[in-house]
Design a protein around this ligand. Structure first.
Ligand SMILES: Nc1ncnc2c1ncn2[C@@H]1O[C@H](COP(=O)(O)OP(=O)(O)OP(=O)(O)O)[C@@H](O)[C@H]1O
Ligand SMILES: [Zn+2]
Length: 720
């Protein structure tokens, strides 16, 4: 008898076994319908094996689904990713099936000629229709437009039997990219990098690279050239380019379309489900060569993935924290290993993890040392706010104001960077000192003036700004403390009423389309001063931008978690790196109360190596990543006592292990979220310890009741 183990999208640790009916030939990757309780569920066959019989009676696979199978290596990847992140393999598999949630697009109705038939009566309008149509099949409305006639003319021809209506299955065509369409002339560094990547791809087998180039050095051109060579060598090759933000995809898609004469497929949460289905099927059948997407594009069923690029690889947005918890960059490297492909991690400010791998020779290290062409890196200066503090209730100090004025006079653009959405991060009562927080979450409410509401950025809870203090009842006693981007824009408008200003944050630019529109306005010089959060600070090319002002350079350094310094260094390098990318030189001014901070000094000196060396030394001393590894366990539930109990049981059943410590349980910094109590434990281990094995053994010892949720976060980025 044959038994299939089937991955079902449920939070269970194992695949389910089903008997395979005689008549059904199944293979790993096949999609099947299997009975589970009273229902039929979609599942993916992980394994088919021969048994001599079983002590349990197994239910049988109901039938094979029409949907195409997952390629074997996609199943390998799904299983590996589940083991690495300690997630349910079925839930990982469901990430690979995401494209199939929408029904196939309905067949389209088209009209076409019936043989050589001609109309009995010829009119100018009828001739125009036949001329415009030729031998093609066209949608009636398109044909009417092309021929410049009313739809009645077409209907008349159909009634007469000259044209017929046919239903055509909507198979999306993805035009084949042409590697020779519009190649760039690369500089020597770019050419060497592209050559190294292309050579590895040509040879085949797993080959990881760090593409390390200062902002504006032309990393994109270099990896696009490598992609072109891969496609030239193998027209069936597939290339995946991952970006950290949806806001960046449109610009890259346009660059790829210009370079290859064909647009790539796009994959992220903003893509409509019917379109996703088309992309999924085209990727599976190899009809699509280039995919540009967010981290979830890693789970597509590639037929022949040869090259993966993770652009801005250091970016924390690659870490997914809700639902399946995984790091897109780490999984991209794993996927490349499983596919025997090349992976390129590109950044001007690589993560310490990636630099560690490059230093130790695990990754090839490709460097682009200078900006492309005549462009030079911006001059970065620290503005000591102790010496020139801004006026009360304002945030831009005099020297920065002057710099903005000069930039305006020259007809150039300014970017003011402040990584804080809304108007004011804190609202408090002048009478009693109460800070407004969300009712069911430990987080302060942020004031948004454009919408007139207070918002919890963690859960999305909102309420109107109250008239009375919720704590003491005083009237009109609430004051807004500190600046967000909206408040900085207000100040800019007062200072430079003639300037054209705009705010770029996830509130003003909620989706890809509006992001693209604002980016375009900025690139075309229709905005003088852009006040932006990190959403606009990375990746973009604004040719007229010559001044970047960082409103609060100390902001990210205050948090003090593991990566606070690293993240701030990266973010500010990216933000200041927007200045002077074309022919006009740029400068950046960082407002700070602590100009002696090593991170800020390294930024001002343009000395990345000094920063990396100092930061690495600290991590090494504490044996923290990349010298050690971390994993977090987060418990949450509405019943505080139940959460407490599981936490105690976990603490009491830690397996023996060397070179590994467990910290906690402790209340999470956000101890209450959406009414749920939260506790955390943190595991630190040396690099060579089998951390996942330890976690599996540990978690198997404790029974978690349904009222408590236990989340495992391997290599955590957030410590909240
Ligand atoms: N070989 C080249 N020929 C012509 N223009 C180039 C070339 N390389 C880069 N450029 C131009 O230089 C600018 C910066 O290039 P690109 O966006 O590829 O840099 P990057 O290294 O990816 O930057 P960042 O890390 O800041 O996002 C772009 O306007 C790009 O068109
Ligand atoms: Zn009060």
């Amino acid at each position: 008898m044959k038994v299939a183990s089937v991955l079902i999208p449920l939070p269970v640790p194992e695949a389910f076994d089903y008997e395979v009916p005689e008549a059904l030939a199944l293979a790993r990757g096949d999609q099947v319908a299997v009975p589970l309780g009273p229902r039929l569920m979609r599942g993916v066959v992980a394994e088919v094996r021969e048994t001599t019989g079983s002590n349990r009676r197994l239910k049988a696979v109901d039938h094979r689904l029409d949907d195409p199978p997952l390629p074997e290596r996609t199943v390998d990847f799904v299983e590996w990713a589940a083991r690495w992140t300690l997630s349910a393999p079925g839930e990982m598999a469901s990430a690979a099936l995401k494209g199939l949630r929408a029904p196939r697009p309905r067949p389209e109705r088209r009209v076409r000629r019936v043989g050589e038939r001609t109309p009995v009566k010829t009119t100018a309008a009828r001739s125009a229709v036949l001329e415009a149509l030729g031998q093609r099949a066209m949608a009636g409305a398109d044909l009417a437009r092309a021929a410049g006639v009313s739809s009645g003319v077409i209907k008349g021809l159909v009634d007469e039997g000259v044209l017929e209506v046919v239903e055509i299955e909507a198979v999306a065509a993805f035009d084949a990219p042409d590697p020779d369409h519009a190649p760039a002339t690369l500089n020597a560094d770019q050419a060497a990098a592209a050559e190294a990547i292309a050579e590895a791809t040509g040879k085949g087998g797993f080959a990881p690279f760090l593409l390390d180039g200062v902002t504006g050095s032309g990393k994109t051109e270099a990896y696009l050239e490598a992609a072109a060579r891969a496609l030239k060598a193998d027209p069936a090759a597939q290339v995946l380019i991952l970006l950290p933000e949806i806001a960046l995809t449109q610009a890259l898609i346009e660059r790829i379309a210009a370079r290859f004469g064909a647009a790539p497929a796009e994959w992220h949460s903003g893509v409509a489900p019917p379109r996703r289905r088309q992309v999924w099927e085209a990727v599976q059948s190899g009809r699509c060569n280039i995919v540009v997407g967010a981290r979830s594009a890693l789970f597509l069923p590639y037929a022949n993935l040869r090259l993966l690029v993770v652009d801005e690889e250091h970016d924390g947005s690659f870490k997914q924290e809700e639902g399946l918890v995984y790091h897109g960059r780490d999984l991209a490297v794993a996927r490349a290993r499983i596919e025997g492909a090349t992976v390129v991690l590109a950044s001007a400010t690589p993560s310490l993890e990636t630099l560690w791998n490059a230093h130790h020779g695990r990754y090839g290290w490709l460097k682009l040392e200078a900006r492309h062409g005549a462009a030079v890196l911006p001059e970065i200066s620290l503005l000591d706010l102790r010496q020139s503090p801004p006026d009360p209730q304002t945030w831009l100090s005099q020297p920065l104001r002057e710099a903005i004025g000069e930039t305006l006079m020259r007809g150039e653009q300014t970017l003011l960077f402040l990584n804080r959405r809304g108007y004011a991060p804190v609202v408090l009562c002048r009478a009693c000192g109460h800070r407004l927080t969300a009712p069911d979450t430990d987080s302060w409410l942020v004031e948004h003036r454009y919408t007139g509401r207070l918002v919890c950025h963690l859960t999305g809870f909102t309420m109107p700004r109250p008239k009375h203090c919720p704590s003491c009842g005083a009237e009109d006693s609430l004051v807004s403390v500190g600046p967000g981007v909206e408040r900085v824009e207000e100040e800019v408008r007062q200072l430079f009423p003639q300037a054209r200003t705009a705010v770029f944050s996830s509130d003003t630019v909620p989706d890809g389309r509006s992001a693209r529109a604002l980016i375009q306005r900025m690139a075309e010089g229709e905005i003088d001063i852009l006040v932006a959060t990190q959403a606009a600070a990375k990746g973009h090319n604004f040719p007229h931008l010559t001044l970047v002002g960082v409103v609060d350079a100390d902001l990210g350094l205050r948090g003090g978690d593991l990566r606070a310094a690293e993240r701030t260094f990266q973010l500010l390098t990216q933000a200041t790196g927007r200045a002077g990318r074309a022919d006009k030189p740029g400068r950046a001014i960082l407002q700070t109360w602590t100009p002696e901070h090593p991170v800020l000094m390294a930024l001002a000196a343009g000395d990345r190596d000094a920063f990396v060396e100092a930061e690495m030394a600290e991590r090494e001393a504490a044996v923290l990543p990349p010298y050690g590894r971390l994993a977090a366990i987060i418990l949450s539930g509405e019943n505080a006592a139940a959460v407490e109990k599981v936490a105690r049981e976990l603490a009491g059943s830690i397996p023996n292990a060397e070179r590994l410590e467990v910290y906690g349980p402790a209340d999470a910094p956000l101890a209450l979220v959406r009414g749920r109590r939260r506790k955390r434990l943190l595991v630190r281990a040396d690099r060579d310890v089998d951390l996942q094995g330890f976690l599996r053994a540990w978690l198997a010892r404790v029974k978690v009741p349904a009222s408590v949720r236990l989340n495992v976060d391997v290599d955590p980025y957030s410590f909240l």
